[in-house]
Design a protein around this ligand. Structure first.
Ligand code: MSK
Length: 637
């Protein structure tokens, strides 16, 4: 691999990185290089910064150095550091869910004019699932009860298992969560207790700390599951859409606005307002308004509105480098502070919108749900004004993009299966497994991590699994990589799928009734929509009469980066799923803790982590896991 290839496999990104070099702008790729070599203590998790006597590092050869100043051993330090990542991730996902739940409640109370219940069928399904009475009641009353049930997850004072966990899991899995005492009853309480548990002079037992972490990881799951359900109720449950992905989706003749972050409350409004404001853009000399997405708010509006993907996490700066990005509207999570300094070289307006996410020097427009459409229009007018200052000489948009077929919520995926098996849609997948056509299902989740070439691990693991007849679903920045690289369309199937997988696709395509062929990888949505994938595996478990830990299903985060990715991986393990991580996390500094999460976890939960930076080897191991589960199921039958 040449030095240039080591940066990214994305051709459009490579062109923009060359441009950055030409103009002397240092991107996240340069900053990642500047961080090398990494500090071994931090890199392996044996640096403790929990109290300010530290930082303490584990120095085994120095007398007195094999423990922190308080006496914390490597296993305590590593366990504490690890679960604090989970607390960060669970806070982010659950706070996102809480914001959606509050908005839904205010809709039902008639306090918000710009939002409404868009999908009453989903409302009824969710109400029934969580035990809210629907018979003879108004939509508003049911909505209030569903929203209040979601808000109750955050702060109820009585002991009651979290509703979105109990209503989404099968009994055998709930028994595992109870037997290991990790079933949470209150999201905020679990996060607070975990921070307390890991305070200096508190819990030193690595097993107990890890179990506290898993309990909080389940709160991450609960927060994202309710965020998915309530967002579908508010904005609709996605159906298959055709659009495009990569920097080539930015249009030179249009006012370009990127929506970036995670929360759909504003981005949905921006999309809606933009459709009404094309004339204003035309009056400014553009041919219209073009909205594109970055990171998961992009995935949200892709799923429901067919908005194109500009790029994913590691290459977010490069959208500005095209010189044609007029405004980037950001909400929460995964937004690089460096966007502002790059925007200074161009006419681009960076607009922060949330009270907990501001960037010095950027434009802050406090988003207010009570005036959501007005806020969105104000942002669009800012972009139109910025467009007037665009310097045509600085515009260079890579002519690179791929067709994307997305919108595969669980409902829309099952609707396709229903065309093949109207009575029992999930059987389509299981029949294909039992017939040996496919080996099982893999979920791709997670970010970009510049410890390796951008998008390389995602792409290689997917190509290898496709060749080995694995049915694939994806979320987050992994899904966006596949969009850019042509795996979210039918050509991907022809190019990469093995014979068994091709047979399944032929059957599905024949009956699907879509205007286009189904994609090699099914885009299931944003980070919070990993809950959709978990619903899929649970449905398979029910139909197969198995526990989740026996279903031929694996999860992978080939380029995991964020605290949220660590939380997602952890609840996957607790719910019985094997989880591949394509970077070595800062956990290997303690053999004990590393063994707990990679080996002992399997005995307790059926799920476990494994680290493998080589994507070919990682895919090989994932295939082995699926084959082993199938083999055991055949023996059981
Ligand atoms: S945006 S959490 S970099 S997937 Fe959800 Fe991408 Fe990871 Fe952020």
């Amino acid at each position: 691999m040449s030095e240039k290839e080591k940066r990214t496999v994305d051709v459009a990104a490579a062109q923009m990185l060359d441009k950055a070099q030409e103009i002397g702008f240092l991107t996240t790729f340069d900053r990642a290089k500047a961080q090398e070599p990494r500090c071994t203590f931090g890199n392996t998790g044996i640096c403790c910064r929990i109290c300010i006597q530290g930082p303490c590092r584990i120095l085994p050869k120095k007398p007195g150095g094999n423990k922190g100043i308080c006496g914390a051993a490597d296993y305590t330090i590593v366990a504490r550091n690890t679960v604090r990542y989970i607390a960060g991730g669970a806070s982010a996902h659950s706070d996102h869910g809480r914001h959606i739940a509050e908005t839904l409640l205010h809709v039902a109370e008639g306090k918000l004019k710009d939002y409404q219940v868009t999908d009453p069928d989903k409302l009824m399904r969710v109400a029934k699932k969580i035990g809210v009475e629907t018979e003879g009641r108004s939509v508003d009353d049911i909505t209030k009860d569903v929203a209040n049930a979601a808000l109750d997850e955050f702060g109820r004072m009585h002991e009651q298992d979290l509703t979105w966990i109990t209503s989404n899991c099968i009994d055998s899995r709930l028994a595992v969560l109870h037997n290991t005492t990790i079933m949470p009853t209150n999201i905020n309480l679990s996060i607070a207790q975990l921070l307390h548990q890991t305070h200096v002079g508190n819990d030193a037992d690595p097993v107990n700390i890890i179990f506290g972490g898993l309990k909080t990881a389940l709160c991450d799951y609960d927060g994202m599951a309710l965020a998915t359900d309530l967002s579908d109720i508010l904005f609709g449950t996605g159906v298959p859409v055709v659009t495009e992905a990569n920097l080539g989706a930015i249009k030179a003749d249009k006012v370009n606005i990127a929506v970036h972050g995670h929360n759909p409350l504003l981005s949905q409004m921006v999309v809606k307002a933009a459709r009404e404001m094309n004339d204003e853009a035309k009056a400014a000399g553009a041919s219209g308004i073009n909205i594109v997405g970055i990171c998961c708010t992009g995935n949200e509006v892709l799923t429901r509105e067919g908005v194109a993907i500009a790029t994913n996490f590691a290459t977010q700066e490069l959208a500005i480098l095209t010189g044609a990005m007029d405004a980037m509207v950001v909400d929460v999570q995964c937004i690089m502070p460096s966007l502002r300094s790059l925007a200074e070289c161009y006419h681009t307006k960076i607009v922060t919108t949330m009270p907990i996410m501001k960037i010095p020097g950027s434009y802050h427009l406090a988003f207010d749900e009570h005036h959501a459409i007005d806020s969105a229009k104000e942002i669009i007018r800012l972009a139109i004004d910025a467009y007037k200052n665009r310097d045509a000489a600085k515009v260079s948009i890579p002519d690179v993009k791929s067709t994307v077929v997305a919108g595969f919520t669980l409902e829309s995926l099952l609707n396709i299966f229903k065309k093949v098996n109207p009575d029992n849609p999930i059987r389509v997948l299981i029949d294909a497994i039992e017939a040996g056509e496919i080996k099982g299902v893999a979920l791709f989740a997670g970010c970009n991590n510049l410890k390796g070439p951008h998008d390389y691990n995602h792409l290689t693991v997917a190509q290898e699994l496709a060749k080995n007849d694995v049915f694939m679903v994806a979320t987050g920045c992994a899904a966006q990589c596949f969009g850019k690289e042509g795996l979210l369309n039918g050509e991907g199937v022809q190019k990469y799928a093995g014979e068994g997988l091709k047979k399944l696709f032929a059957r599905l395509n024949e009956k699907a009734g879509l205007t286009t062929e189904l994609p090699l990888v099914f885009h299931m949505g944003s980070c919070v929509d990993n809950s959709r994938a978990q619903e899929l595996v649970t449905l398979m478990a029910k139909e197969m009469g198995l526990d989740n830990a026996e279903v031929p299903y694996v999860a992978t985060a080939p380029e995991a980066m964020s605290e949220k990715a660590i939380a997602i991986g952890s609840w996957n393990v607790a719910l019985g799923n094997p989880v591949h991580v394509g970077v070595v996390p800062p956990i290997v500094g303690s053999t004990l803790v590393n063994d707990i999460v990679t080996k002992i976890a399997e005995d307790v939960f059926g799920g476990f982590f494994f680290w493998e930076t080589d994507p070919v080897k990682a895919a090989g191991k994932m295939v082995e896991i699926l084959e082993e589960r199938n083999w055991k199921n055949r023996i059981r039958a």
